[in-house]
Structures are given as structure tokens and as C-alpha cells.
Design a protein around this ligand. Structure first.
Ligand SMILES: Cc1cc2nc3c(=O)[nH]c(=O)nc-3n(C[C@H](O)[C@H](O)[C@H](O)COP(=O)(O)OP(=O)(O)OC[C@H]3O[C@@H](n4cnc5c(N)ncnc54)[C@H](O)[C@@H]3O)c2cc1C
Length: 442
């Protein structure tokens, strides 16, 4: 194959996975990565654990050092290099206070997602911060350590994890959520378990809309439609949006607003690819395009893009959108659809909700609350769980959903038994048996 110049915009999970793959398969190609921050292969997933003091140096959030990519993998990594314009065959990069032009034969958008702005009065006040790039970890920790009262706006998984982290620093935390439950993607029965754990530790305010921040020089209060809360720091975590500013002039976007891709991570334009949080992929459960902005799809779509860019063929099958998080003693996880998501997708659903121990009866801890959602044909659409031993069940459910399993598969899957961590009749199996009854199966 002829010599090729590859330009990759974004040095996160997707960008570095693609760059590494291309260099493995085409060691003689020129692979350039342009990253606007000073960090590559960073893992924002670790931000809450850095903030809570689980580890000391925030550079540990980077999986590999930049020199590893340059020296060991031969990738031409440019940091502090912001791509400001993209056109057919060329990009313009702001680098060392100058604009430079680089030509490309193949281009990858791996620009990730950006935190949604709250857009209320005084949202630019000092002390109102967003959780996005890894530098925000350092800023949030520094400000949190100096604060007494911290408000967290939003209780998606980032808000929940930040509430856990900040309260572990001994700070008074108020969490304000516009919807009626934390982790609104989950069904009410599952979110209720998290809600009662959160209420033991933080002031959880549900169904409240933030309308303004107030303060003289910096934030002192959050004002909602129901009250006001004093704070020295306000952390906004109200969701993310795909970062498509550069891409939208050149390639088609999907319904979600992220870049539309096929299973090779090709966009609507030849030789332009997209991967990670800026790209749309397929939701394996619904079979439809979806925007699944999580770390494992980002790494894998980057890998797949890299293989195809290098001239080989690999198809990304899609994702079942599996996720796990925790708040103190409650683990909570989900793979596939919740019941309300399945109904919204037009499925006629049956569900089983079980509360059982996740270990043998002579172990003291270990209640798990687990819900399985299936359609009328018995196909499993989603599994959610809260309590103890959630990770194992979500791992099992993920593999089954990936293979489009039905409730009989869920029942017969040979989950291992070991008294401290599981049961002979696993919670997943108990839920499957309940569904047999509801589906009129023997
Ligand atoms: C606090 C937090 C916790 C999370 N926890 C989890 C978790 O537990 N599990 C999970 O699966 N996912 C989690 N995620 C999501 C996960 O981090 C993302 O899905 C993943 O990082 C996406 O990788 P990416 O490469 O697509 O994008 P990113 O990692 O965002 O990388 C994109 C890169 O592009 C760069 N860039 C953007 N525009 C330009 C430009 N114009 N020029 C140059 N560079 C540019 C950015 O600086 C960035 O480095 C979490 C996210 C956050 C914020």
C-alpha cells in the first residue's frame, strides 16, 4: 500500500486506540495525533477517585505517558495542538501560538464529548465548575478542599460519583436534580435503592430546577424553583453533548447529533472516520443508531476505525450500553434498556424485579435488587441491579444481551457458584424463572 498521512483529532481513548492500531498494521505510515490539552490516553472515569483522594497524582489518570506513544509506538503526537479548521485533505492547527497546516490522506474525528452548560443566571461566577477534561479534576479537588459546602447540580452517574467523592472529603454536599429520581435512566425501583443510600449522606433535592447562582465575587448560593442552598463550590454535571463543531461542516450527523458512522466507523465522506464519544453507533438491543458515550465503546470504536483506516476490515457490532457505578455501599448497574426505555422504543414488555441475597445465607451482607426486562417473545431487553454483587450480574447480562439472548438462555447460563459471592440460584436466574411464569412458559 502507498505511504499515507493520517491525521487524528483528539488524543483520548478513541484517538490513541486508533493511532496505535494503525501503527501496528502500517508501521511506515505517518500517524499524527492532535490533542489540544497536554494529556493523551487520559481516562476521565478516574476523576471522582482522584478527587476523593484514592490516589495522589492526577497524571495517573493517563493510561500511558506521551513518550511511550512517541518512542515505543512511533506516533507523531502533538499536544497543546488545537485543530481549528478541517477541510478536504488538510487541517489547520493552533500550535505554539501559531497556525500550521497539515495535509492528510485519512482523517479521524475522535473529539469526544463536552459537558452541557447549565445556561442560568450567573453561571460564569467563580466557583461554578464543570466535570469534563482531566484538568478539571485538579481544579475541583483544589476548590473542594477549601470549601465547606458543595452543591452538585445533576445526579446522572457523574453527579452521583462526584457526590460520593466530595462527601468523603468531609464536606457538606447538596445534590440538586431536576427529575424525580437520581440516575434517571434507571427504573424507579432500582433508583429508589440508590436514593435511600444517598439520603443518608447528602442532602438530596429531587424535582428541583436550578434557576441561578448568586454571590458577590464568587458563588455563595444556588437558587432553585423551590429554595436556595449555600455553597462555596457548585459542580455542574447535567449531561454531555457530542463535540462535533469541526465535523458538522464536513460529514453527516445522526439523529442524536453525533457523527453518523457505519460499522467500519466510516462517516458519510470517503477517508473520514469517527470514533468514541463524538460518533453514533448501533445499540445492539434496539438495532438502531444510538449515541453511547462510554469508555469501552470509545476504545473499541477507535480500534475498529484504526483497523479499517489501515486498509484491513473489521466491523463494530454495536454496544449494549452497559454501565456500573456506586455510591458508598450501593453498587448500581445497567445493561440494555430499562423498562421505561423499552416502552418508549415501542416494545410490549414484561419485567421481573427480585430482591434476594447475592451470596449464601450465612454471609451477613449482600442484598441485591435486580430487574430484568424482556419482550413478549421472551427476548431479554435489559438488566438493572442495585446493592451488592451488581458488577458480576451486569457482566453476565452484557454477554447475554450481546448475543440477543432470551429468558431461557438467562435461566440456563451456567453462572458460577461460590458461597461468598453468588448463589446456586443466582438472582439473574431467579428473575428469569419469574419471567417464565409471566410469559406462560413451563
Ligand atoms: C467524570 C467522568 C467519569 C466517567 N466515568 C466513566 C465510567 O466509569 N465508565 C465509562 O464507560 N465511561 C465513563 N466516562 C465516559 C468516558 O470517559 C468517555 O466515554 C471516554 O473518555 C470517551 O473517549 P473519547 O476518546 O471518545 O473522548 P475523550 O476522552 O473526551 O477525548 C477526546 C479528546 O479530543 C480532544 N479534542 C477535542 N477537540 C479538539 C480539537 N479541536 N483539537 C484537538 N483536540 C481536541 C479533547 O481535548 C480530548 O482529549 C466518564 C466521563 C467522565 C467525564
Amino acid at each position: 500500500m502507498r505511504y499515507v498521512d493520517v491525521a487524528i483529532i483528539g488524543g483520548g481513548a478513541a484517538g490513541m486506540s486508533a493511532a496505535s492500531r494503525i501503527k501496528v498494521l502500517r508501521s511506515d505510515w505517518n500517524v499524527m495525533v492532535f490533542e489540544k490539552t497536554s494529556f493523551v490516553s487520559h481516562a476521565p472515569c478516574g476523576i471522582p477517585f482522584y478527587v476523593s483522594g484514592f490516589f495522589e497524582h492526577f497524571e495517573e489518570l493517563c493510561t500511558y505517558d506521551i513518550n511511550h506513544f512517541r518512542n515505543e509506538r512511533g506516533i507523531d503526537v502533538h499536544t497543546g495542538a488545537k485543530v481549528v479548521e478541517v477541510s478536504e485533505g488538510a487541517i489547520i492547527v493552533e500550535e505554539n501560538s501559531k497556525e500550521k497546516l497539515y495535509e492528510w490522506d485519512k482523517l479521524l474525528f475522535a473529539t469526544g464529548a463536552k459537558a452541557k452548560r447549565l445556561d442560568v443566571k450567573n453561571d460564569e461566577l467563580e466557583g461554578v465548575v464543570y466535570v469534563d477534561e482531566i484538568l478539571s479534576a485538579e481544579r475541583i479537588k483544589r476548590l473542594a478542599l477549601k470549601s465547606e459546602k458543595v452543591a452538585i447540580i445533576g445526579s446522572g452517574y457523574i453527579g452521583v460519583e462526584m457526590a460520593d467523592a466530595i462527601s468523603r472529603l468531609g464536606k457538606e454536599v447538596t445534590v440538586i436534580e431536576i427529575l424525580e429520581r437520581p440516575l434517571p435512566e434507571y427504573d424507579a425501583e432500582i433508583a429508589a435503592i440508590l436514593k435511600s443510600e444517598m439520603e443518608k449522606i447528602v442532602d438530596l433535592r429531587l424535582s428541583e430546577r436550578v434557576i441561578a447562582f448568586e454571590g458577590k465575587d464568587r458563588v455563595e448560593r444556588v437558587i432553585t424553583d423551590k429554595g436556595e442552598y449555600k455553597c462555596d463550590l457548585a459542580i455542574v454535571a447535567v449531561g454531555v453533548a457530542p463535540n462535533i463543531e469541526l465535523a458538522k461542516k464536513l460529514v453527516k450527523l445522526g439523529k442524536s447529533g453525533a457523527i453518523s458512522t457505519n460499522s467500519k466507523m466510516e462517516t458519510s465522506k470517503e477517508d473520514i472516520y469517527a470514533a468514541g464519544d463524538c460518533a453514533e453507533t448501533i445499540n445492539i438491543v434496539t438495532g438502531k443508531p444510538d449515541w453511547i458515550h462510554l469508555a469501552t465503546p470509545a476504545n473499541k470504536t477507535g480500534y475498529v476505525a484504526g483497523v479499517n483506516m489501515a486498509g484491513y476490515e473489521l466491523n463494530y457490532p454495536g454496544s449494549v450500553k452497559c454501565q456500573i457505578t456506586s455510591f458508598y455501599n450501593v453498587e448500581i448497574g445497567k445493561a440494555g434498556l430499562s423498562e421505561y426505555e423499552a416502552i418508549r422504543e415501542g416494545y410490549e414488555v414484561v419485567s421481573a424485579f427480585v430482591t434476594t441475597k447475592s451470596s449464601a445465607k450465612y454471609f451477613q451482607d449482600g442484598l441485591i435488587h435486580l430487574k430484568v426486562v424482556a419482550d413478549r417473545s421472551g427476548r431479554v431487553l435489559g438488566v438493572q441491579a442495585a446493592g451488592k454483587g451488581v458488577g458480576m450480574r451486569i457482566y453476565g447480562a452484557t454477554a447475554l444481551l450481546y448475543k440477543k439472548a432470551d429468558v431461557r438462555d438467562l435461566f440456563f447460563a451456567d453462572f458460577p457458584y461460590y458461597p461468598p459471592v453468588s448463589r446456586v440460584w443466582d438472582p439473574l436466574v431467579v428473575a428469569a424463572r419469574n419471567l417464565f411464569r409471566k410469559l406462560g412458559m413451563p
